[in-house]
Design a protein around this ligand. Structure first.
Ligand SMILES: [Zn+2]
Length: 421
């Protein structure tokens, strides 16, 4: 069982958020006792998530499909486990190949590839990483190296087993999560020059827009493609929850994909890795990112949250539009391959806040901007585990399609798309 954590949330304007799991807390995340209530009742945050199982981030899974890896009569063991590798580092994956009769498949060549997202929903086999041969016991060690240049966002690793004649007998996916701290960065690096925010035209309808903030000394670090996929999954989740399939309205690129502004900021990678940078970064965000009634920023930065107010994500509703910030390193929330866990959940949760949930007139308002009933509610915050799949206002009794007189309903938010006729 994961212990519940409570942290004080001093700022009234902040919708408090979830600390997902002890294992994911950064060392800098000081977690104090219960809030005193002097913040006007915008109280404690406590939560555990079903999306964290032990050391992994995997969400609850449907029953496993029949094991793969038996084509050609060979079985590959060792790929069931989730491997974690830090960006820029290497981990060793041990595999054992056996024949259909259970004997070691000795002298078999294994090729390892990584794939990288190349566009919305598309991947291309990028390059061969390793070629190793199984030993007399059918065993081999495969090095999985996470490229540093992209932070390892959106990678899949595959292993191919070659036949003796060199043809591919099988193609299996490694479960690899790229996680952990980046190399610390260069303490002496400095930013110089101009670092303007994005210049955006006013859209026809009020819209969210996504921003990836990038340290000045590693401007090529790019999570744009992975974020496109991640946010498109978030958007699909909303469309599946709403009447008429309405979804968050986003600024989009010419090809129809969600636009991600890649914005270099006057902070170094080293500073991103410090637990004390957030307040200055937040000030930069407020001064440089467009925020009007028509433009609601959704900000991703691979850094830690406020040392005095630890959060995985936050929604600020005090301005002309809502603004979301996900300090990704705080809770190791990155766009990833593994479905409902991680960043997808936190963005769905925060965007639901951004639409205006939960109003304090809701019957199950818990005093912190969440609901205390419905374990599958994306805004459930209570003592019980959340239950996937998550839904938008379980029971439609608190904030979406409620028909409660004089209590706001997030269906009325201007940041939804129009129903398609
Ligand atoms: Zn929340």
């Amino acid at each position: 069982m994961l212990p519940l954590r409570s942290i004080p949330v001093p700022a009234l304007r902040l919708i408090p958020v979830l600390l997902l799991a002890v294992a994911l807390l950064a060392p800098s995340a000081s977690v104090a006792s219960v809030a005193s209530g002097t913040d006007g009742g915008d109280g404690d945050v406590a939560g555990s998530s079903p999306f964290i199982e032990g050391e992994t981030d995997l969400p609850p899974k449907p029953p496993a499909p029949p094991p793969r890896g038996t084509r050609g009569g060979l079985t590959i063991a060792g790929l069931e486990k989730l491997y974690t590798v830090a960006p820029g580092s290497t981990t060793m994956v041990r595999v054992t190949v056996t024949t259909s009769s259970g004997r070691p498949a000795a002298g078999r060549t294994l090729h390892t590839y990584y794939w990288e997202y190349q566009g919305q929903g598309e991947r291309s086999k990028e390059r061969l990483l390793t070629a190793v041969t199984t030993n007399a016991k059918g065993r081999a060690r495969v090095a999985i190296h996470a490229p540093f240049s992209t932070f390892g966002y959106g990678f899949l690793y595959y292993v191919d087993v070659l036949s003796r004649s060199g043809s591919i007998l099988d193609d299996q996916k490694f479960k690899v999560k790229v996680d952990g701290d980046l190399p610390a960065g260069d303490p002496s690096a400095q930013c110089s020059g101009e670092y303007p925010g994005p210049s955006l035209e006013t859209p026809q309808a009020p819209s969210f827009y996504a921003v990836s903030l990038v340290p000045c000394d590693v401007p090529g670090v790019d999570q744009t493609q992975a974020l496109k996929l991640n946010l498109s999954e978030v958007t699909s989740w909303f469309a599946g929850q709403t009447v008429d399939g309405v979804a968050p309205q986003w600024l989009r690129d010419g090809d129809g994909s969600i636009s991600i502004a890649h914005v270099v900021v006057p902070f170094t990678r080293y500073e991103f890795g410090q637990g004390t940078t957030y307040p200055r970064l937040e000030a930069w965000i407020e001064a440089n990112l467009p925020r009007t009634e028509s433009l609601a920023p959704v900000v991703f930065a691979d850094t830690y949250s406020d040392p005095d107010d630890v959060f995985c994500g936050v929604t600020d509703q005090s301005g002309p539009s809502p603004m979301l910030v996900i300090p990704q390193r705080e809770c190791s929330l990155y766009p990833e391959e593994f479905g409902d866990g991680g960043q997808k959940y936190i963005v769905e949760h925060e965007m639901t806040h951004a639409f205006g949930a939960v109003p304090d007139c809701a019957p199950h308002y818990d005093g912190t901007g969440h609901v205390n009933d419905g374990q599958s509610d994306v805004l459930y915050q209570g003592d019980l585990d959340r239950i996937a799949p998550l839904v938008l206002d379980q029971g439609h009794d608190d904030y979406y399609l409620t028909n409660i007189p004089d209590c706001p309903d997030i269906a009325d938010s201007p940041y939804w798309t129009s129903p398609t006729p």
